[in-house]
Design a protein around this ligand. Structure first.
Ligand SMILES: Cc1cc2nc3c(=O)[nH]c(=O)nc-3n(C[C@H](O)[C@H](O)[C@H](O)COP(=O)(O)OP(=O)(O)OC[C@H]3O[C@@H](n4cnc5c(N)ncnc54)[C@H](O)[C@@H]3O)c2cc1C
Length: 536
């Protein structure tokens, strides 16, 4: 089997690349995805997210014990399905702050990745239901819309946050990120708009694009310093696909450094420790792991103001009917559709805390669920200084990797996170929420000191699912790829996904990953880069 491009990993980045690179019918493209298809209706319904961190369509990995979180092992959902994270995520559409991308250029040396360089690629991807201006567009593959019918408690939350001094913002992805509001979502016509539905479904008939599902790549084949192809499992056997032009690794911020290391590309000492022969000693592979850690407060409601009781069988039936017949009701909700961005550190260059209002309790794996209806408010610190690693436990491609986000290694991250949790509790106690909120249940009465809250966080914190940075682009010796996303030291090999971000952006990471892949496709095809108009 021979192709021009072999793309490994059918997540958001892989789907974008498969679409853009196969647009020329003379170019043969293979997309390999370890997981299966997305035909189950759960993946289409926005509220299907409630099932998605509980083991559905994911690899089943956890972190190693976290040294600075009292040894906690944290369940670490990573998608294993076509569309990757965009098929199982909470569908929040956020881009972060313009200063995030300016720092990619000015601090990490990624020329061509400043905000004005990346903005046109966000817009090219977008099919915004409502907004058309200097920051937004329509007609792209990725559906973006506002929540269909947010319940009254989410409007009360907006008022409560304003009572706490946080201004209202109706577009976090426009001129200003600061403030509180309803999120834009990757939903279209009340259905999830994943990268698979937006970028792959419309082009399935292309004869020059082959998509292989349930086909985990085992190794990149390197011949004389050049990536010659990829061997992958299929049925009970192993096949090898040759790449005439390039192998593109898009396995995500955990999967990409994992596959590179399984192929002998990574820090020599770590490879030897795992029993993998060294093909190319590249110290940055699997380092620089950054992630957002979530802390949360949960309050009991005064009545059925959230969707906790929808899980009861007769209500599920009614909600299902409402959805199928009218495209309204709880099933249209992504369950996290309201929130915003504010400050833990008053000197921060831009918002460093993100709130997600959860319309229930126990929505995500490991999060407590209340006996009576509850409401959750997550707060995540957005610009961690801690850095972690992704390493191999062994040379066995079936073994889980050693994921070590190293949360709170830098005490600044802990201090900011605790301030964020205090802000969340403050909002939930404001007068506007009084008719909806009976009392705080977590952290709960009596836990007020920093020490109390730190111990509470050890027990309850969770990942916000935003790993990035493990194959960072840049110019220094720790960079894994150059700013044109070529792997340093091997020909014909690029990495394109969340792993190349030198710093995790201050937001959820699906839209930024799609932007990276949109821009990468122009780089690969040798097109003139787009650039935002002056004055934006
Ligand atoms: C539970 C959850 C909730 C989230 N919520 C949001 C949200 O609301 N909004 C938001 O913006 N972001 C969210 N994110 C983050 C966002 O989805 C990710 O940043 C994004 O999916 C990253 O895209 P990627 O292409 O880098 O990698 P991934 O999405 O991880 O895709 C990588 C793909 O490669 C495949 N793969 C891995 N290894 C191999 C191999 N060896 N061979 C073949 N295939 C392989 C995987 O199966 C996967 O399908 C969430 C993520 C998760 C997991």
């Amino acid at each position: 089997m021979s192709y021009d491009y072999v793309i490994v990993g059918g997540g958001p980045a892989g789907c974008v690349l498969a679409n853009r690179l196969s647009a020329d019918p003379s170019v043969k493209v293979l997309l390999l995805e370890a997981g299966g298809g997305d035909s189950n209706p759960l993946f289409k319904m926005p509220a299907g997210f409630a099932k998605m961190t509980k083991g559905v369509a994911s690899w089943g990995w956890s972190t190693v014990p976290q040294k600075h979180l009292d040894g906690r092992v944290i369940w670490y959902t990573q998608a294993k399905i076509i569309g990757g994270g965009s098929t199982i995520n909470a569908q929040l559409y956020t881009r972060g702050n313009r200063k995030d991308y300016d720092a990619w250029e000015s601090e990490a040396g990624c020329a061509g990745w400043s905000y004005r360089d990346v903005l046109p690629y966000f817009i090219r991807a977008e099919d915004n239901q409502r907004l058309v201006n200097a920051y937004h567009g329509y007609g792209g593959p990725l559906g973006v819309s506002y929540p269909v019918n947010p319940p009254p408690i989410s409007f009360a939350f907006l008022r409560a946050a304003q009572e706490a001094g946080i201004p209202f913002n109706d577009d976090f992805n426009g001129r200003t990120q600061d403030g509180i509001g309803h999120y834009q979502l990757t939903t279209k016509d009340a259905k999830r708009a994943s990268a698979a539905s937006g970028y792959l479904a419309p082009i399935r008939a292309r004869k020059n694009l082959t998509i292989r599902l349930n086909a985990p790549a085992l190794k990149i084949v390197v011949d004389n310093g050049r990536a010659a192809g990829v061997s992958f499992a299929s049925g009970g056997g192993v096949e090898t696909a040759r790449a005439e032009r390039e192998v593109i690794v898009s396995c995500g911020a955990i999967g990409s450094p994992r596959l590179l290391q399984l192929s002998g590309i990574g820090p020599a000492d770590a490879l030897q420790g795992a029993g993998v022969p060294v093909v190319h000693d590249l110290s940055g592979v699997g380092s620089n792991l950054q992630d957002h850690l979530d802390l949360y407060a949960i309050s009991e409601c005064t009545g059925e103001h959230t969707y906790d009781r929808v899980a009861q069988p007769h209500r599920t039936l009614w909600a299902g009917l409402q959805y199928v017949l009218f495209k309204t009701g709880p099933v249209t909700s992504t369950l996290f559709e309201t929130g915003g961005f504010w400050y833990a550190d008053s000197h921060a260059r831009s918002p460093d805390i993100q709130f997600h209002l959860g319309l229930g309790s126990g929505i995500e794996a490991g999060v407590a669920s209340m006996k009576n209806p509850g409401v959750t408010l997550n707060s995540a610190f957005l610009r961690p200084r801690s850095r972690g690693t992704v390493r191999l436990a062994s040379a066995d491609p079936a073994a889980a990797p050693l994921i070590d986000p190293n949360y709170w290694a830098d005490p600044y991250d802990r201090d900011c996170a605790i301030k964020g949790l205090r802000l969340a509790r403050d909002i939930l106690r404001r007068p506007a929420l009084k008719p909806f909120v009976l009392a705080e249940r977590l952290p709960g009465d009596g836990l007020e000191s920093d020490d109390d809250l730190i111990r509470y966080a050890y027990r309850t914190c969770k990942t916000d699912h935003h790993p990035a940075g493990t194959c960072a682009m840049g110019v220094g010796s720790e960079a894994v790829v150059t700013p044109d996303l070529k792997l340093r030291g091997i020909e014909g090999l690029r990495v394109v996904d969340a792993s190349v971000m030198p710093f995790v952006p201050s937001c959820n990471t699906n839209a930024p990953t799609i932007m990276v892949a949109e821009k990468a496709s122009d780089i690969i095809l040798g097109r003139t880069p787009l650039r935002a108009a002056e004055g934006v």
